[in-house]
Design a protein around this ligand. Structure first.
Ligand code: IMP
Length: 439
């Protein structure tokens, strides 16, 4: 995707998250100088199958490669020549960041000098996680309980603690005192008996500060300088368009701007810096958490997709809800992100199916809908209308070029492309790096 006229590329999820963005970013990161996470936090879970930099083999026989699950570090960390950035739009759980740093280092990945954390990113603090865990609303939404919503609430409520504040212990103590008082009032209001102790949180941050501060800098400046030198920058989204706080199936959404516009804000650059937007979709659809999902497949087909696709949440282990490709959602994601290309992942999961339903439009109260309705309640009531495409019933995992794909698989991709109105540029037929085919 990087080319003489494409230096700044956004990779976004174009469904409800878990589309396989990590694998796509991993494949593209080789040609990127910087990979930047621009929103979300430890709610994301990118699973990337990569050989370890020390030459270890994939997982088997004690090798250090294999599946890396990254929650906060951008997937670019697995390419030794790439530098990674956690942008200002992220809410950072610093304690878990260091668990992740240690875990990748133990497998031969060097992080020192390759990770910059924006001084403007907000911190997820213990009281945010407590609020998320204790809130009835969070349970209704089915959040990941990682404190994401409460951390963004404090950010917008101007009560948040930013990473750069760690340079000033006095300021941190005062902010934590106020944040904790607010959180405790919310806990009491919600009927919870649990409380957070400001002194404990401040002491925890005092311990973390000397470890985190060496990574901290003006991330937006770093991104802008890299682009000005003609370097390639990949902006890596988390979650997906339908979980965007404005464009998603509100209120069943996450609390950040997952769409491409959020990439500019969250990376600290202007929108004119972005040259292209790659939307990642699965060849079918999954969703974790609650909320409308028009093409959700019933048992046994939903169960079959879950088993074949190993569809369990990378962060919470929850079984993902599974269903058929939804072209209405794809068209919508194309519009709200300004997608310039699509990557279709996990095509191989469909290898065994005889026919493949694809939702072309919805019916609502007798009327045809080609676009997503504005409310989750209406989306809950739509009837998906399917076209049934023939399956290919052949293994695709060994395909390396478009010509290696069965005709029916190529026709399936062509149909998705026509319905979404965006050209398909990449196709994933397995989790390994070489299983991403460029069309
Ligand atoms: P939160 O982001 O933890 O507040 O959760 C809000 C909604 O977003 C819930 O439905 C979660 O299941 C969903 N969600 C958050 N992160 C991810 C992700 O990385 N993949 C898929 N769903 C996610």
């Amino acid at each position: 995707m990087f080319a003489s006229d494409i230096h700044c590329l956004v990779v976004v999820g174009a469904q409800w998250g878990d589309e396989g963005k990590g694998k796509v970013v991993d494949a593209l990161a080789e040609r990127a100088e910087l990979v930047v996470r621009y929103q979300g936090g430890a709610n994301a879970g990118h699973t990337v199958d990569a050989p370890a930099p020390d030459g270890g083999t994939r997982g088997e026989g004690g090798g250090k490669g294999g599946a890396f699950v990254l929650h906060q570090i951008p997937a670019g960390i697995l390419h030794p020549g790439t530098r990674c950035v956690i942008g200002n739009g992220v809410v950072l759980d610093a304690a878990t960041l260091f668990h992740e740093v240690e875990a990748v280092q133990a497998r031969g990945v060097s992080v020192a000098g390759r990770l910059t954390v924006s001084d403007r990113a907000h911190l997820v603090l213990p009281y945010h996680k407590l609020l998320d865990a204790e809130s009835a609303r969070s349970r209704e939404i089915g959040t990941t309980s990682r404190g994401i919503g409460p951390a963004y609430e404090d950010k917008v409520g101007r009560r948040g603690v930013r990473v750069g504040d760690l340079r000033h212990p006095g300021i941190v103590a005062a902010l934590v005192e106020a944040g904790c008082a607010h959180a405790n009032a919310m806990l009491a209001h919600g009927g919870s008996a649990r409380r957070c102790d400001a002194g404990e949180v401040t002491r925890g941050l005092a311990e973390l500060a000397p470890r985190l501060l060496p990574y901290v800098g003006d991330a937006g400046r770093l991104v802008a300088d890299t682009l000005a030198r003609g370097g390639n920058v990949l902006l890596e989204g988390a979650q997906g368009a339908l979980l965007d706080v404005d464009h998603g199936t509100y209120p069943f959404v996450t609390s950040s701007y997952t769409t491409a516009g959020g990439a500019a804000v969250g990376a600290g650059i202007g929108p004119t810096a972005i040259d292209a937007v790659l939307g990642v979709v699965k060849a079918y659809v999954t969703r974790v958490g609650n909320g409308p999902f028009p093409t959700e497949a019933e048992a046994p087909e939903g169960e079959r997709l879950r088993t074949l696709g190993a569809e369990f949440g990378a962060t919470t282990g929850r079984p993902r809800r599974c269903g058929w490709f939804d072209a209405v959602a794809a068209r919508y994601a194309a519009r709200v992100n300004g997608l310039t290309a699509l990557a279709v992942t996990k095509l191989d999961v469909l290898d065994e199916f005889e026919t493949l339903p694809v939702c072309t439009h919805y019916q609502l109260d007798g009327a045809r809908l080609d676009e997503l309705p504005d409310s989750a309640a209406a989306l809950d009531c739509v009837e998906p209308v399917y076209e049934r495409l023939p399956g290919w019933r052949r293994r695709t995992g060994e395909a390396r070029r478009p010509a290696d794909l069965p005709d029916a698989a190529r026709r399936y991709l062509e149909r998705l492309e026509a319905l979404a109105g965006v050209p398909v540029r990449y196709v994933g037929v397995g989790s390994r790096r070489e299983q991403l085919i460029e069309l």
